[in-house]
Design a protein around this ligand. Structure first.
Ligand code: ADP
Length: 236
């Protein structure tokens, strides 16, 4: 894309007029949102407004009933299931509120898992996993089983696992929802700080204004539509 002949980066990821229902329950109604590379975007809004559904559509986990999802200049929603899961594995990282770690495995093995799935050799995968845990100030947790960790410790491991493959986008759904506010702030600071160092785009669903304050921009979902709280109109 160019403006006055000057090339400008187009959006990295975009939902255009995305509509999605669960049976008869509408969750998204022609929602639009667009995120540029390296941007840290908070998606806010009341419970049940459609935030998680929007995140899942952007990440190619759900396909919309109508509308389009674009990633890196290509339609994402029309790819086959296999291509979408491959894209999720190679280009995306995920941090959820609970449950993304294998409790019986150590922290280092959990973080190494996406690398092993990408056929990185075991020794190299373990070294990279440990170095990411160290960057998350969680190096001492390497050999602890994640089922024994506190919520804040587990989220550091989850963030290391989301970042270890060098994804273009990290999707986070209420990543601090199970943490006390001080721990949650620290976890968000680590996620945002490392994403900025790596140039990773972050899309975070939250209802917590303190989490949203860590982002560069926020949009609000209400009744399945996205609005920009400052522009008072449909978000770009
Ligand atoms: P939020 O993340 O803002 O809380 P969701 O995207 O989870 O909102 O949900 C949007 C709407 O879709 C809500 O009315 C919710 O009840 C409904 N919904 C979400 N998941 C399901 C599901 N698995 N089955 C039926 N309805 C659902």
């Amino acid at each position: 894309m160019t403006i006055d002949g000057v090339p400008v980066a187009g959006p990295l990821i975009e939902a255009r007029q995305v509509t999605r229902s669960y049976g008869r329950t509408p969750a998204l109604r022609a929602a639009n949102v667009s995120v540029t590379a390296g941007e840290i975007l908070a998606i806010m809004g009341p419970s049940g407004s459609g935030k998680s559904t929007l995140l899942h559509c952007l990440a190619g986990i759900f396909t919309p009933d109508a509308g389009e999802v674009w990633f890196d200049g290509r339609r994402l929603d029309t790819l086959s299931d296999r291509r979408r899961s491959e894209l999720r594995r190679t280009a995306f990282g995920f941090v959820f509120q609970f449950g993304q770690l294998v409790p019986e495995l150590t922290a280092a093995d959990n973080v190494a898992l996406p690398l092993l799935l990408g056929r990185v050799r075991r020794g190299a995968a373990r070294r990279r996993a440990i170095s990411w845990l160290e960057r998350l100030e969680a190096g001492e947790l390497c050999d602890r089983r994640t089922g024994e960790l506190s919520g804040g410790q587990a989220q550091r491991v989850a963030i290391a696992r989301a970042l270890v493959t060098g994804p273009k986008v990290v999707f986070a759904d209420e990543p601090t929802g199970a943490l006390d506010s001080l721990t949650g702030e620290k976890v968000m600071d680590l996620l945002v700080g490392l994403a900025r160092q790596e140039g990773t785009t972050v899309i975070v669903v939250t209802h917590d204004a303190r989490v949203a304050a860590c982002a560069e921009r926020e949009v609000v979902v209400r009744d399945g539509k996205v609005t920009d709280p400052y522009a008072g109109e449909v978000a770009r």
